[in-house]
Design a protein around this ligand. Structure first.
Ligand SMILES: *Cc1c(COP(=O)(O)O)cnc(C)c1O
Length: 429
């Protein structure tokens, strides 16, 4: 479809949908149907020829609707609209973020290949890389936050499997500490291991800042991944995922999706279409709130350190440089260290009144959680410390509420956390 000269937020209500095909309905209906009726046998044959790649499409010939595991209007329109934010050629939507991620790893890796990946990654991804890929004979090599591209290259060389490197998988900013990874530099690393027969792909999980505030494809990445459960869905009421990239790569991914059968259903597609209409206003309000909250937290006596991209300064060197080059906003995710340990962290969490104590992120309501015992409980304890996930770390996902109300809530919850003071008093005897 030719892209009209409007910004994505102007197109989210209409792009890719033709009311005349749906009785004039202004909104795309939910096409709750498993199969589609062909006008005649010749049409059915033509649709299948395209779906199975038996011949090239004629000029202006669109793939026809056959069966909802292959395609469905709610998914196709959603994929076209999602592509606009990242300026992607093509998009594939899945029933969860994990199914998008696992499908990408399955489609683009083969037994004997080496996967290089950043740490920490989302807990489900971590498990899939460490435990599932291994069963398929895929080698994996993780690098740590803060390692330079030169150090990462040395790691690849030392692995003895440099010639088998097939993909660089990144999650930036890293969850939960907001540590940044230079996408462009990693893409150059991938290129340096590519040859005319083999392109080493770079894939980026952009759930934390996308699709508004970071565009990995523009930084050179080949594939961008989302848990659409987060900002894209944005209302804590749907699980979904997406992958975007070139037509060539996404066609391969959609073919695997057809045979795994892990596409999103029409109801999920419809919910996300609705969510996309307010994506920008939601995310902008969330980012404004997050900046106010992060500034407030920084000044609190009970708070030891705040991890927020909006607080990066030139003195922070590499991290500041990456932020300037790669991110369009500090986003709406904050992590902070409370003075004390798990006891103090729990006292804070248990006294919140407006924030909800729940995992997930990017939704309209603000959420708080304790990574060490919740989202990252499955990570090896020694690695947890290396990644900065200590017992006094709290992660906040900021919603669209009134900033003053959120600040009120944090202030009153912090006022219940006093034990660190007692423990900090030096003994007089
Ligand atoms: C939630 C999340 C996932 C997994 O997505 P689901 O939709 O829960 O399957 C992957 N990556 C990141 C960064 C996430 O936050």
């Amino acid at each position: 479809m030719k892209k009209p000269p409007f910004s994505p937020e102007s197109l989210m209500m209409s792009y890719g949908y033709k009311p005349e095909l749906s009785e004039g309905a202004i909104k795309c209906p939910i096409f709750q149907t498993s199969t589609f009726v062909f006008k005649n046998a010749e049409e059915g044959k033509a649709f299948f020829e395209l779906a199975y790649g038996l011949r090239e499409a004629d000029k202006d010939e669109q793939p026809g609707l056959i069966y909802s595991r292959l395609n469905n209007p709610d998914l196709e329109i959603l994929e076209e609209r999602l592509s606009l934010w990242d300026g992607a050629e093509s998009c594939a939507v899945f029933e969860s973020g994990m199914s998008a991620i696992s499908s990408v790893l399955f489609e683009f890796l083969e037994p004997g290949d080496l996967l290089l990946y950043s740490n920490p990654v989302y807990g489900g991804t971590d498990h899939f890389i460490k435990h599932v890929l291994k069963k398929f004979g895929i080698h994996t090599l993780g690098f740590k936050p803060g390692q330079s591209v030169e150090e990462i290259r040395q790691l690849v060389e030392a692995s003895g499997m440099a010639d088998r490197l097939a993909m660089v998988y990144l999650e930036t900013p890293a969850n939960p500490t907001n540590a940044l990874i230079d996408i462009r530099a990693c893409k150059e690393l991938a290129n340096s291991y590519s040859n005319p027969k083999k392109q080493v792909l770079t894939a980026v999980d952009n759930t934390y800042l996308g699709p508004l505030w970071q565009h990995p494809l523009k930084q050179g990445a080949d594939l961008v991944l989302y848990s659409a459960t987060k900002y894209i869905g944005g209302h804590s009421d749907v699980i979904a995922g997406a992958c975007l990239g070139s037509k060539e790569l996404i066609t391969r991914l959609k073919t695997l999706r057809t045979f795994l059968g892990n596409m999103a259903g029409p109801w999920t597609g419809w919910l996300l279409l609705r969510s996309l209409e307010t994506l920008k206003v939601r995310m902008e309000q969330q980012a404004r709130n997050a900046q106010e909250l992060a500034d407030f937290l920084r000044d609190q006596e009970a708070v030891e350190k705040v991890y927020f991209l909006g607080h990066l300064k030139p003195e922070d060197g590499e991290q500041y440089r990456i932020f300037q080059n790669q991110c369009l906003s500090p986003g709406a995710m904050i992590a902070f260290l409370i003075k004390g340990g798990e006891k103090e962290a729990f006292a804070f969490l248990n006294h919140l009144k407006l924030f909800k104590l729940a995992v997930s992120l990017g939704s309209t309501e603000s959420l708080a959680q304790h990574p060490a015992s919740m989202t990252h409980a499955g990570v090896d304890p020694a690695e947890r410390m290396e990644f900065g996930i200590s017992d006094n770390l709290i992660r906040l996902s900021i919603g669209v509420e009134k900033a003053e109300d959120l600040i009120w809530d944090i202030r009153q919850a912090l006022s219940h956390v006093n034990s660190w003071k007692e423990e900090a008093v030096p003994s007089l005897v």
